[in-house]
Design a protein around this ligand. Sequence first.
Ligand SMILES: CC(C)(COP(=O)(O)OP(=O)(O)OC[C@H]1O[C@@H](n2cnc3c(N)ncnc32)[C@H](O)[C@@H]1OP(=O)(O)O)[C@@H](O)C(=O)NCCC(=O)NCCS
Length: 140
Amino acid sequence: MKANFVVRETVPGDFAAVNSLLKKAGMLQKGISRVAFSRILSRNKRFCLVATDNSKVVGTVFGFDDVLTLHVSKLAVDKAYRRKGIGRELMEELVRRSKELGLEIEFVFLHVAKKNKGAVALYRSMGFEDRNRVYRFMDI
Ligand SMILES: CC(C)(COP(=O)(O)OP(=O)(O)OC[C@H]1O[C@@H](n2cnc3c(N)ncnc32)[C@H](O)[C@@H]1OP(=O)(O)O)[C@@H](O)C(=O)NCCC(=O)NCCS
C-alpha cells in the first residue's frame, strides 16, 4: 500500500530525526553533529529533503551540486516505511529539482555498494547507469 507521505526541504529542526534515521539505517556510524548538519543544510538547502508521515520524518536524502553535477548521498528510509515508494519519490524530487531550478546540472552522481541490492534496483529502475569507476580516498 502506498504511504501517505509528504516530501519537503530539510530544516534544522529535523536534526534529531534525520540523525536517528541515518544511524538506524547504518548510513552513519557515529552520527552527525548539529554543526555539521547545519552546514550541510545551509550549503545545499534545495537538495536536502525529508519525507514525512504526519510530520514524522520517515525518509531522508542529501544532495549537493558542484554546478554541473548533483551528488546524492545518505538516502535512507525508516524500516517500517520501506517498499512504499518513499525512496523513489525522494530521488525523483531531487532529479526534478536539478532540472527545474534553472541550473546547468548535467549528471546526477551517487555511489552504492553492489551488494546493496535494494538500492541498486531502485537506482537502475530510475535509469542510473553503472559506471563502475569509483576511486575512494579513505582515512583522512
Ligand atoms: C534503499 C532504500 C532507501 C529504498 O527505499 P524504499 O522507500 O524502500 O524504496 P522504494 O519503495 O521507493 O522502492 C522503489 C523500487 O526500488 C526497488 N527496491 C527497493 N528496495 C528493494 C529491496 N529491498 N529489494 C529489491 N528491490 C528493491 C524496487 O524496484 C522498488 O519498487 P517496487 O517496490 O515497486 O518493487 C531503503 O531500503 C533504505 O533506507 N535502505 C538502507 C539505507 C541504504 O542502503 N541507502 C542507500 C544507500 S546508496
